[in-house]
Ligand binder design. Structure first.
Ligand SMILES: [Zn+2]
Length: 289
C-alpha cells in the first residue's frame, strides 16, 4: 500500500506547497518496529517530513538521511528516503510510553526531548554530501524542521505534521511544507497565515476525510491552487538483502569475523530498518574472511 504526495502552486505561483497523506507509511513503521503510540506519533512525523523533503531530490540515486538526536527517552531516530519516495528508518527505544500532555495529546516533545540536534544529509551525487545541522527547538518535529529550513536553507517555510494514533494503530497521518517564493507579496503572506490558522491541524483535517488536494487548498487559502504533480508511490519499504549484510560484516574486519567463528560458530544479524533476520553459517563467515 502506498501514500499520495502532491505538489501545488498557490497565488499564481508565488507560493509553493508540497503535501502528503502518510497513513500507510506510518502504520507500516508502527508494525515493523512495534512502536508505542507516542513513538508512532514522533517517528511518523519524522518519516512524513523525510518523505516530503526526499521526493524533492532530482535523481534516482540521490539519498536523504535525517537523524534527530534529542535528550528525551526515545533516543536517536534515523530515517532514510530516496526521491520516489521510499522511506525507512529506526528508533532506538520504540517502546517508550509517556502520559498524555496537558492538552490530552501524545507527548511527542517529551519523548524526543527539547534539546539536541537535527542532522540532514543529502547525497545528491556530488563528491561530498550536503550536511545541514540545526538545534531542536521544541521536539514536536514540525517546529524543529521549520527552524531547520530557516537556519540551514534560509527559507521561511510553514511545516505541519500530524499522526493520529489509537489502540488499533494509525488512523490518519500526513503533513505539508509551504514555501513562499521570492516574488511573494505581503497580502499573500497575510492570507496564507490566516488560512493556516483557520485550517487547524493536519490530522484533524484528514480525520474529517479531506483528501490531500482539498487539504492543500484549505491551508493555502487558494481555491484555485494549481496541482503541478501527483505521486502515488510513497511507501515504507526496506531494500536490505544478504549481500548488503555481507558487506557490513566484511567491514568489521578479519579479526572480528574470526572471533565470531571461534566464539559462536555462526551468526544471526537483523536489519535495523525492517528487523528481517539473516543467518550466517560458520562456512559462510569463513568465505567472507
Ligand atoms: Zn531491512
Amino acid at each position: 500500500m502506498s501514500d499520495r504526495i502532491i505538489k501545488g502552486l498557490a497565488y499564481d505561483g508565488r507560493v509553493s506547497i508540497i503535501a502528503m497523506e502518510s497513513t500507510e507509511i506510518c502504520e507500516e513503521a508502527r508494525k515493523v518496529h512495534s512502536l508505542s503510540p507516542v513513538c508512532t506519533a514522533a517517528f511518523g512525523r519524522l518519516l512524513t517530513v523525510t518523505a516530503l523533503i526526499g521526493c524533492q531530490m532530482k535523481s534516482d540515486d540521490n539519498k536523504l538521511t535525517i537523524q534527530i538526536k534529542g535528550n528525551g527517552p526515545i533516543g536517536t531516530m534515523l530515517t532514510v528516503a530516496n526521491p520516489i519516495p521510499v522511506v525507512k528508518g529506526y528508533v532506538i527505544n520504540p517502546a517508550v510510553d509517556l502520559p498524555l500532555n496537558e492538552f490530552g495529546k501524545l507527548d511527542v516533545s517529551s519523548a524526543v526531548g527539547n534539546e539536541g540536534f537535527i542532522h540532514v544529509i543529502k547525497d545528491i551525487g556530488l563528491k561530498d554530501p550536503y550536511v545541514g545541522i540545526s538545534p531542536i527547538v521544541s521536539g514536536e518535529i514540525a517546529d524543529d524542521f521549520a527552524n531547520y529550513f530557516l537556519d540551514s536553507e534560509q527559507t521561511n517555510s510553514a511545516v505541519a505534521l500530524g499522526v493520529l494514533v489509537d489502540k488499533d494503530g494509525v488512523r490518519k497521518a500526513g503533513g505539508y511544507i509551504i514555501n513562499p517564493m521570492p516574488d511573494v507579496r505581503e497580502e499573500d503572506l497575510t492570507a496564507l497565515e490566516k488560512a493556516i490558522f483557520e485550517a487547524g491541524s493536519v490530522s484533524k483535517m484528514l480525520e474529517n476525510n479531506l483528501d490531500i488536494e482539498e487539504l492543500a487548498r484549505k491551508v493555502t487559502g487558494d481555491k484555485k491552487l494549481k496541482i503541478v504533480e501527483r505521486n502515488d508511490s510513497a511507501k515504507y519499504e526496506c531494500d536490505c538483502n544478504k549481500g548488503r549484510m555481507e558487506k557490513a560484516l566484511v567491514a568489521l574486519g578479519k579479526e572480528e569475523l574470526q572471533k565470531m567463528i571461534e566464539e559462536d560458530g555462526g551468526l544471526e544479524m537483523s536489519c535495523h530498518f525492517c528487523n528481517k533476520k539473516y543467518q550466517f553459517s560458520k562456512e559462510e563467515l569463513l568465505k567472507l574472511i
